[in-house]
Design a protein around this ligand. Structure first.
Ligand code: CP3
Length: 350
């Protein structure tokens, strides 16, 4: 832990459900295309090229910190970054997302995946974390994609709406499915541990698309590996966040007992209902609809007030969006929202 004066640990306190002077706030996708300075950097470099240059990746991570006044930074990277290390070639295609050269569909495909060499292949990510650990005066969150969400790209080969190939493999060939979950689980556990050892102050596991599953299928095919990942990190004191993704409200009761500290909620459940479903042992994070950033200021802050009020009715709430913000979001509106969350939650009135 940093102890120098000037370090703002409000976010970490909220993760641990300790008292806080105000509700801390950060945004999923806070480094991104809504920011004209980010777009300028993207004219010269792709996402993966930025990630491979630690100084630049650290700078991009810090851009929203300086502009928005948020209480946590999130590493600029992507959930697909570590898969190269297990032998999967991919690219992030403009306006599409991750695209896999040869999708993983058979037992042989899964068998070919090798264990991740985090230090060897992802040293640039660890170096970015070390730079940020020296420079930041707020906590750095680093992250990994959860096995189901990564698998959905590996199997489909590209972003999908119905996860047809993924679910078909899962139902028809469970032994192939679980072999894949095992390998991705090992990769994610090793990667998150290395991130924390490099200086991350909290980690988030993004299971963005798990809400596409029926609760009983999630419980059978996905939850075991999620549990194993958090169990494997239980000796590390840094807070761990699980984001079960969009439309995950019906999965929340299944998360009780997970060795995570914070559960991310999307906007389809209220903070109060989300807390009720996950039980009292977790802090919660979320959950404004990101499109409310497109609403008139007054409409947006009415929604924010309700989220903050419900957050303050219990212990441990971190204000965030229910999913990543859109490229169309306005920097000014985000800045005003951040200020509003700080002021309103600390009891100050405008
Ligand atoms: O949040 C942050 O500011 C940190 C950076 C971050 C990125 N990806 C950078 C990025 C994080 C946390 C992610 C995680 C990620 N990547 C997730 C989980 C979070 C979520 O949104 O559910 C997922 C599912 C991915 C896979 C992925 N990468 C998608 C679906 C896309 C979008 C395609 C598009 O163009 O809209 C990407 C590309 C990507 N990753 C962008 C950014 C800033 C946008 C394109 C770019 O600026 O190059």
């Amino acid at each position: 832990m940093h102890t120098q004066t000037g370090y703002n640990d409000t976010f970490l306190r909220a993760c641990r459900r300790e008292p806080v002077p105000y509700t801390p706030v950060w945004y999923m996708r806070q480094a991104g295309r809504y920011d004209p300075d980010y777009r300028k950097i993207k004219e010269r470099y792709s996402l993966l090229e930025i990630c491979r240059q630690p100084e630049l990746a650290a700078e991009v991570t810090m851009m929203p910190v300086k502009k928005l006044g948020v209480d946590a930074a999130i590493l600029y990277s992507d959930i697909m970054n570590p898969v190269e290390s297990i032998g999967v070639k991919f690219d992030i295609v403009k306006n599409v997302g991750p695209v896999i050269e040869e999708p993983i569909r058979t037992f042989q495909d899964v068998q070919r995946l090798k264990p991740a060499d985090v230090e060897g292949d992802l040293g640039h990510v660890l170096e970015t974390i070390r730079i940020l650990d020296r420079e930041l005066t707020i906590p750095l969150i680093t992250f990994a994609g959860a096995p189901f969400t990564i698998a959905s790209y590996l199997i489909e080969g590209k972003p999908s709406k119905d996860y047809k190939h993924t679910k078909t493999l899962m139902y028809r060939e469970p032994e192939v499915w679980f072999a894949l979950m095992d390998k991705l689980g090992d990769m994610v556990a090793a990667y998150l541990r290395a991130q924390i050892e490099a200086g991350a102050k909290a980690v988030q596991l993004f299971d963005s698309w798990a809400g596409a599953l029926a609760p009983r299928d999630y419980e059978k095919y996905v939850l075991p590996v999620v549990r194993r990942i958090f169990d494997s990190l239980a000796d590390l004191p840094q807070p761990k966040i699980y984001f079960p993704g969009v439309a995950s409200g019906e999965l929340l009761p299944l998360l009780r007992g997970l060795k995570a500290d914070v559960i991310g909620l999307d906007w389809r459940v209220t903070i109060a209902e989300g807390r009720r479903r996950v039980g009292p042992s977790f802090a919660v994070q979320g959950n404004m609809d990101p499109l409310l950033l497109n609403a008139p200021y007054e409409v947006m802050v009415e929604a924010a007030k309700s989220i903050i009020d419900q957050g303050k009715a219990g212990r441990g709430h971190i204000f965030n969006l229910g999913h990543g913000l859109f490229p169309e979001a306005s920097l000014d509106q985000l800045k005003r929202l951040t200020e509003f969350v700080h002021e309103y939650s600390s009891g100050a009135r405008e």
